[in-house]
Write a protein that binds this ligand. Structure first.
Ligand SMILES: N[C@@H](CCC(=O)N[C@@H](CS)C(=O)NCC(=O)O)C(=O)O
Length: 213
């Protein structure tokens, strides 16, 4: 059984679960020892990040690194293309998510669930997210693997980050511009069973986060 350290609302834990669901792997979720951000947890996982994999005395952090490792060690339903160029493009998309789009969303977290923003702050946040969505639109190819129900590793972060963007555009009143290519991609993702299952599990947690007192 695969064991992972997680907390319920973590976006990267949801990304990893999407991968695990598509790969049809079974896993058990464990809260980080000592709590999120604790020195106890950092003794095990130096970055203090979630998610992390525990496999006997082997510990691994970073959602992408864990997914690549499990993709290599479990041969069913490979989630990286066999062609080198297609594989590199899948990774490029993943990096765009982890290093560009998601951080532009995370920048708003200090203002959530519903702190009032100045017009200037609101425009800055929206501009940063919109720039990353526009770049994603240019990065996306025809994504035909999704029509075949074939989710790639590089797709796994996007459904949850899109759900966060929808939530913060309402909660903070951001003017988000969704390129049609990104909307098409989002709609295709929402037909993949692993994404359907993860969103069904995750969306109530997201709603609870945004409606807490
Ligand atoms: N690139 C990392 C990012 C993980 C990440 O930022 N996780 C958040 C929870 S969603 C976290 O652990 N934040 C606490 C921290 O950065 O100290 C990954 O893919 O796992």
């Amino acid at each position: 059984m695969i064991e992972i350290y997680t907390i319920p609302v973590s976006l990267y834990c949801a990304k990893l679960r999407t991968f695990l669901r598509h790969k049809e792997l079974k896993w058990q979720e464990i809260p980080p020892p000592g709590g999120y951000g604790s020195s106890n947890y950092k003794k095990i996982i130096p970055s203090g990040n979630l998610p992390a994999l525990i496999a006997d005395d082997f510990y691994l952090s970073d959602s992408e690194v864990i997914a690549e490792y499990l993709n290599e060690t479990h041969s069913q339903k490979p989630m990286l293309p066999t062609d080198a160029k297609a594989r590199a493009k899948a990774r490029e998309k993943s990096r765009h998510h982890d290093t560009r789009l998601e951080p532009s969303v995370r920048a708003t977290f200090g203002f959530l669930p519903n702190k009032e923003l100045s017009d200037e702050q609101s425009e800055l946040f929206a501009a940063a997210i919109n720039a990353r969505l526009a770049q994603l639109a240019n990065l996306l190819g025809d994504e035909t693997h999704l029509d075949a129900g074939d989710l790639h590793l590089g797709d796994c972060g996007f459904p949850i980050t899109f759900a966060w963007i929808h939530s913060i555009e309402h909660a903070l009143g951001l003017k988000i511009i969704w390129p049609s290519t990104v909307l098409d991609y989002k709609n295709k993702l929402k037909k993949v069973p692993a994404v359907v299952a993860e969103l069904a599990d995750y969306e109530p947690k997201l709603i609870a986060f945004f409606t807490k007192e």
